[in-house]
Design a protein around this ligand. Sequence first.
Ligand SMILES: C[S@@+](CC[C@H](N)C(=O)[O-])C[C@H]1O[C@@H](n2cnc3c(N)ncnc32)[C@H](O)[C@@H]1O
Length: 449
Amino acid sequence: MMKSDALAIITSPKPWVVVTPLALPGETIRARVYRHARLYSYADLLEVTQPNTDWRDMSLVQCKYFGKCAGCQYQMLSYEKQLELKRDVVLRAYQYFSELPETSVPPILPTIASPLQYGYRTKITPHFEAPPKKFQKEARGKSKEITPKPDWLNIGFNQIGTRHVMDIEECPIATPVLNKTLGPLREGIISNITKYRKGVSLLLRDSLAEGSPASTAAPPNAIPSDQVADGASEVHVCVTDHKATVRERVGDKLFEYTAGSFFQNNNSVLVPLTSYVRDAIFERPSGRIPDEVRPTHLVDAYCGSGLFAITLAPHFTRVAGIELSTESIRCATRNAELNGLEDRCTFLAGDAANIFATVQDFPRERTVLIIDPPRKGTDERFIEQLLTFGCETVVYVSCNVHTQARDVGQILRKSEEWEGRKYVLESLRGFDLFPQTAHVESVAVLRLI
Ligand SMILES: C[S@@+](CC[C@H](N)C(=O)[O-])C[C@H]1O[C@@H](n2cnc3c(N)ncnc32)[C@H](O)[C@@H]1O
């Protein structure tokens, strides 16, 4: 079941729950059941017979594949409604997964909007399946170009609820340079399809051209015919090689990372996100933190290529980051140099829990810990060490609010076993890194009191 699915109820002959994509509260729908589970069934949405006209406005939909492609779920909703629903997701995640009493969870603040609601995705990974055996056999030894596209060849994204690939020629949530590149890339695959034996997952990543805006030279492995200048006259290119370097600007900081490694996929929201984390660290609900207890040391666990460590480094005297990917650590170290912050930043490759042994000289009462783990959340070992270290402020950023709620619940409950101080959840809110989809990023701020 996807978290964006609707739970519909069949009333006759007996009440029964049916899980259906894209239906909204209060609607009456026609659906085709395709699978039964023990307590409910799965169905495809065929028709909305009585729409929820307060919420559903099909004139808002900007993509011709919406309703079939598994990528987006919310295009029929106003952006305000999308933000509201995402706030509800955070609320419910803490209600059902944190095991915290209601009194320990602060009011969920309104979801912070993405400045771009379409054309924001800086990475897409369309794919296609292996050519059928019959086609491979016929094509063997021939190097003929194939046009038009064979009917069996679909290059795109999965269809809702299936592993079937849909043929997709454009993606309105992706950035202009990615859409500009997708057409020629597809044509190249179609005309060379006889050379493929396996299915392929493509990578298209939006990158600043090297030297942009001063120069328009593209980085190696970029597709040069697809340069797009944005409003700030920076030139963007599309990188398709997993090993190539991608360049991205976040505020006044420049980042370089390997195309195949992790980096947040919506550049437009990264200044609001990192500024929010900065403000959450230095301001408390009661006002600005007094200078004599102002945080001076930052630990960035699960740091990737250093997004939080580097954007926040100017506010700290020392910063330590840790990350499992050695490639991302190499980039984080380089990014510290690129931004003239190498004097205060150190990055270590390894499991996040290992960081605590290396920051024993960080003053706990002046140290902030940022956690930004993958979807599965953090683990027992990390939480044990976090509690032993006991820094004043923890900011937990997560792309999966359900595992975040579980982990935050555990941190708060375990700290209650201490005598004296304990962690409290000071604030909680969603960030919209993925407009038009049901995904929400969540930022939780924990303090020792
Ligand atoms: C959601 S990303 C966040 C990266 C970074 N904070 C950013 O915003 O760009 C999670 C990162 O955790 C890393 N990771 C996964 N498991 C880890 C572990 N056990 N210890 C340290 N890092 C890990 C992944 O390689 C990935 O870069």
